[in-house]
Write a protein that binds this ligand. Structure first.
Ligand SMILES: C[S@@+](CC[C@H](N)C(=O)[O-])C[C@H]1O[C@@H](n2cnc3c(N)ncnc32)[C@H](O)[C@@H]1O
Length: 294
């Protein structure tokens, strides 16, 4: 099914719709594959996100697209592109800034002074669902600045950053962002940790090598059996991710994340996310921040 729409330049574009049957099939598959819950009202959103794939593959309808996706060849070549298209990757530097204040004023001093984490052993942080890297790079800047101010740069920490989408991870690894994107970063941190682009790159900035080296990016799907994490984590940021999951998946994913959290470690969620009605080994610290009991 196709309808004709006009874009801003008045070019004629074809917009293909999903039949109810294909939508149900796709929805079930996406739920099983990465836990994302797609209620009926998201059908139009999914249709519009997949149009780009039709243009790239030169396929004229979503029905043909679904047939291709679910074929052996499609599962091999198209699956990760479909996941890239479906996931919502909105993010920002210093998103929910109060949490970074709590991190430096309460969490870091406590972990360092009570247990020597970051001094006698490496502090491990995880940005789980890191999108294009703004969250882990914010953590790297905040901790580097804290280490410089309070510990003469001797704080030892590392940041793991993971996402299911390969396209956002590719962007994250470059550490390159548009200038307009860096507004939320405090001026003194911009000066220390960002490099300005030159000539044709003037509208771009790049995170300094020192900050980039503190972050390791890799693909991780929360629904995969094994997260492949060898060391327990001290701090996990899993923000604005579980909001796309249903209750059952939220509980499963958070339970597994908790199993990788060190007793006394902290979990940061997004501002619209809550653990109400979930049974998990966590106690609230402040709203949206939780702690695994010692
Ligand atoms: C809205 S972004 C949040 C980014 C960042 N945490 C923040 O708060 O700004 C949600 C991210 O979760 C990722 N995601 C969704 N389902 C996932 C899954 N099953 N496993 C791992 N990451 C997933 C998406 O690809 C997306 O990049």
């Amino acid at each position: 099914m196709k309808s004709v729409i006009q874009d801003k330049k008045q070019k004629t574009l074809y917009h293909s719709s999903l039949s109810d049957k294909d939508f149900r099939r796709l929805r079930k598959f996406i739920y099983n594959e990465c836990g994302i819950n797609l209620p009926d009202y998201k059908k139009i959103l999914i249709e519009s996100r997949l149009q780009k794939r039709l243009r790239i593959l030169k396929i004229s309808s979503l029905s043909q697209y679904c047939n291709y996706l679910f074929s052996a060849l499609g599962m091999k070549n198209e699956l990760s592109n479909m996941i890239d298209a479906i996931t919502t990757n909105k993010t920002d530097f210093f998103r929910e800034p109060d949490q970074f204040v709590y991190l430096t004023q309460t969490v870091l001093p406590e972990l360092i002074s009570d247990k020597g984490i970051g001094i006698r052993k490496t502090m491990s942080l995880w940005s789980a669902g890191c999108s294009s890297g703004e969250e882990p790079y914010t953590l790297a800047m905040v901790l580097s600045d804290y280490s410089e101010r309070i510990y003469h740069n001797s704080l030892d920490f590392r940041i793991l950053a993971t996402d299911v989408s390969l396209s956002v991870l590719k962007k994250a690894k470059t550490g390159i962002y548009e200038h307009e994107h860096i507004d939320p970063i405090p001026y003194h941190l911009r000066k220390k940790y960002l490099l300005k682009g030159k000539k044709t790159m003037e509208d771009l900035v790049r995170v300094t090598p020192k900050i980039r080296e503190l972050v390791t990016f890799r693909r991780l799907n929360f629904l995969d059996g094994n997260f492949g994490l060898s060391e327990p984590l001290d701090i996990v940021f899993c923000r604005n991710v579980i909001i796309y999951f249903d209750r059952k998946t939220q509980e499963q994913v958070l339970r597994r994340i908790c199993s990788h959290l060190r007793p006394g470690g902290y979990l940061f969620l997004g501002h619209s996310e809550t653990l109400n009605q979930l049974t998990l080994p966590l106690v609230p610290a402040i709203p949206t921040v939780y702690r695994k009991p010692l």
